[in-house]
Design a protein around this ligand. Structure first.
Ligand SMILES: Cc1cc2nc3c(=O)[nH]c(=O)nc-3n(C[C@H](O)[C@H](O)[C@H](O)COP(=O)(O)OP(=O)(O)OC[C@H]3O[C@@H](n4cnc5c(N)ncnc54)[C@H](O)[C@@H]3O)c2cc1C
Length: 315
């Protein structure tokens, strides 16, 4: 039977199924707004590609994919409608807002919560993907704790890489900063802190071209470094590799429709999730390049739903 694509209307449409989206769904449902949440290509969001999470309040340790299944179940239990579909087009020029999806469904919505998150930039190596969550990470705040007394590499040369490297010196026995060029892009204060830290060894003109380790258990043991000047290679023994070459917010859909900064993050009003379009709210990593945590994303999801509820009540 062909799918029924009769246009549907909702008071609150949530785009994205990470911690921000599911939390907005719980609060929206409890405010009796019967929210609809479209999950996107990655149901559960970024935490579905990690293993142990040790900083989610209330859980000493929880597997990322399990946590996200629980969030989904809670959102449904509260009364949200959760749908596997990808938003392909939005029109925010009039209210109700219009949204088209990959399945051909046409939605109209009185309020919209953008919770499409961000994705870490990776090096693109096959072995990097294999060891992701098993020694390869893009988040020192999340995973640094697992590397107490171990040697780790941080890849990158900007402020994020330098801050991640300095943060990791609290846990690791040694931090290797791997950078393709002969100088850092990070600001001078960060550079000085890094270069004066005896725990950090900087490997200039070096590119990671491979990650090595064991299969059972999946574990990183070394990386191959290639010299960007002459192509010579060498191995560096490390227990973990943190890729810190930036993030890409998932905001292509909203380009030119809500105000964004020059990196494509949605800009919201101070202490608020309100975007430049009245009735459209943004929560989580899609608007946050500072904290990038599940708990902060969830907090912003809560704010977005409460603000949407007030918007509907008062206009
Ligand atoms: C490997 C890894 C480990 C991490 N470990 C931790 C940790 O231990 N602790 C911690 O607090 N944080 C951790 N983080 C960070 C944490 O995952 C993020 O901060 C958090 O997931 C952000 O939540 P979010 O809801 O903003 O978006 P995301 O989790 O990024 O979810 C975005 C959602 O938007 C959906 N979407 C995107 N485009 C569309 C579209 N067009 N239509 C519909 N849906 C769409 C996606 O399918 C996805 O469901 C980790 C991140 C990674 C990558």
């Amino acid at each position: 039977m062909p799918a029924d694509h009769t246009p549907r209307h909702t008071r609150m449409l949530i785009i994205g199924s990470g911690p921000a989206g599911y939390t907005a769904a719980v609060y929206g449902a409890r405010a009796l707004l019967a929210p609809v949440l479209l999950q996107g290509l990655q149901p559960g969001g970024q935490l579905t590609i990690t293993t142990e999470v040790e900083n989610w309040p209330g859980d000493t340790v929880v597997m990322g994919p399990d946590l996200m299944l629980r969030m989904e179940a809670q959102a449904k239990h509260a009364g949200a409608e959760v749908i596997i579909d990808i938003v392909t087009h939005v029109d925010l020029s009039n209210r109700p807002f219009a949204v088209m999806t990959d399945s051909g469904q046409h939605w109209t919505a009185d309020t919209l919560v953008i919770a499409t998150g961000a994705q870490a930039r990776w090096l693109g190596l096959e072995t990097e993907t294999r060891y992701r969550g098993f020694g390869v990470s893009a988040c020192a705040t999340c995973d640094g704790f697992f590397f107490r007394g171990k040697q780790v590499a941080v890849v990158g040369g900007g402020n994020t890489a330098v801050e991640e490297a300095l943060f990791l010196t609290k846990f690791a026995s040694k931090v290797h900063l791997i950078h393709r060029r002969g100088e850092l892009r990070a600001d001078k204060t960060n550079q000085a802190r890094l270069l004066n830290n005896p725990m950090v060894e900087t490997h200039w003109y070096s590119e990671v071209t491979d990650v090595h380790g064991t299969e059972t258990p999946l574990k990183v043991e070394a990386i191959t470094l290639s010299d960007t000047r002459d192509g010579s290679t060498r191995q560096l023994a490390v227990d973990g590799m943190f890729v810190a070459i930036g993030h890409v917010p998932a905001t292509a859909l909203f380009a030119g429709k809500v105000t964004m900064d020059d990196e494509g993050y949605v800009i919201t009003a101070p202490d608020s999730t309100a975007t430049s379009v009245a009735g459209v709210f943004a929560a989580g990593d899609v608007k946050d390049k500072l904290y990038r945590q599940a708990v902060t994303a969830a907090g912003m999801g809560c704010m977005a739903a409460l603000e949407a509820e007030r918007f509907l009540a008062h206009g």
